[in-house]
Design a protein around this ligand. Structure first.
Ligand code: IPE
Ligand code: IPE
Ligand code: MG
Length: 243
C-alpha cells in the first residue's frame, strides 16, 4: 500500500472521516456471467482486499463494511453456509497481510449465533490487529441496525440509567461503533436505493452515494468518484448555508 498512489487522482477538498459501504450485487454479478451466486460472493471477498487498499491510498481513515445482515439468515441454507465458509477462509488467508499493512479489524454485530470456530477466528483477528492505526475496518457480520439499537437499550436498562438522564451519547456509546465518529458517507453498490438496516443511528446525517457497479466490480476509480461526489455536497445539518 503506497501513499503516493493517491496522486493518481486530483486531491479532494474534503474527505469523509468514516465511510460505510453496503457491498451489494454479488449474486447478480455471478448470474449475469452464468455462474452460481456463491461465485459472486467469492469475487466479492476478493474485491474487499482491493477496496481496503484503495481506502488507505485515497486517505479514508475508517470504513464500515456490511457483509452479512441479520436478515440474510433468511436466504437458502447452502448460501448462508457458503457465506460463513467464505468469511472463515478470508480470515485465514488475509489477516496476516492486513495486519502487516496496518489495518485494525473490528467486528460489528452479534457474534452469538456464529460457530465457535468462526467466533474464535474473528476474536483472534480483532485482538491481533488492535494496535494498528493506518485504517480501521469494521466488518458488519450478522449486523442489523435495529438489533444494535435494541442491544444498546438493553445495556442501558441493565445499567439502571434513569429516564430523565438519558442522552443521545448514552445510546451512541453503547453501539458497536462506540468511540468512532458517525458515518459521513454511505456507499451502496448495485444501484439499489435503500438502507437495508445498515447503521441506522450513525447515518442520521450521512451523505449517500449509489454506485451502479455490482460489488465485485466496485474499484478504486469508482471509490474515488464516490469521494468526489461527497466533497461536492453541501452538508447543512438542518441549519442554513453560510453566505
Ligand atoms: C451482497 O450481495 C452480499 C450479501 C448480502 C451477503 P447479494 O448476495 O445481496 O447480491 P444480489 O443483491 O442478490 O445481487
Ligand atoms: C444488504 O444487502 C446487506 C448486505 C450487503 C450485507 P441485501 O441484498 O441483503 O439487501 P436487500 O435484500 O436488497 O434489502
Ligand atoms: Mg443484495
Amino acid at each position: 500500500m503506497s501513499k503516493s498512489a493517491q496522486s493518481e487522482y486530483p486531491p479532494l477538498s474534503i474527505l469523509p472521516a468514516h465511510v460505510g459501504i453496503i457491498m451489494d450485487g454479488n449474486g447478480r454479478w455471478a448470474r449475469q456471467k452464468g455462474m452460481l451466486r456463491l461465485a459472486g460472493h467469492r469475487a466479492g471477498v476478493e474485491n474487499l482486499r482491493q477496496v481496503l487498499r484503495s481506502a488507505v491510498e485515497l486517505g479514508v481513515p475508517i470504513v464500515t463494511l456490511y457483509a452479512f445482515s441479520t436478515e440474510n439468515w433468511t436466504r437458502p441454507e447452502d448460501e448462508v453456509r457458503g457465506l460463513m465458509r467464505l468469511l472463515a477462509e478470508a480470515l485465514e488467508k488475509e489477516v496476516d497481510e492486513l495486519h502487516k499493512n496496518g489495518v485494525q479489524l473490528r467486528h460489528i454485530g452479534d457474534l452469538t449465533p456464529l460457530s465457535e470456530i468462526l467466533k474464535a477466528q474473528i476474536q483472534a483477528a480483532v485482538n491481533l490487529t488492535r494496535g494498528n492505526d493506518r485504517l480501521i475496518a469494521n466488518i458488519g457480520f450478522n449486523y442489523g441496525g435495529r438489533q444494535e439499537i435494541v442491544s444498546a437499550v438493553r445495556k442501558l436498562i441493565l445499567e439502571g440509567v434513569a429516564p430523565e438522564d438519558l442522552s443521545e451519547e448514552h445510546i451512541s456509546d453503547r453501539l458497536y461503533t462506540a468511540g468512532l465518529p458517525d458515518v459521513d458517507l454511505v456507499i451502496r453498490t448495485s444501484g439499489e436505493f435503500r438502507i437495508s438496516n445498515f447503521l441506522l443511528w450513525q447515518s442520521a446525517y450521512a451523505e449517500y452515494y449509489i454506485s451502479p457497479a455490482y460489488w465485485p466490480d466496485f474499484d478504486k476509480d469508482e471509490f474515488y468518484r464516490a469521494l468526489k461526489a461527497f466533497s461536492e455536497r453541501d452538508r447543512r445539518y438542518g441549519g442554513l448555508k453560510q453566505s
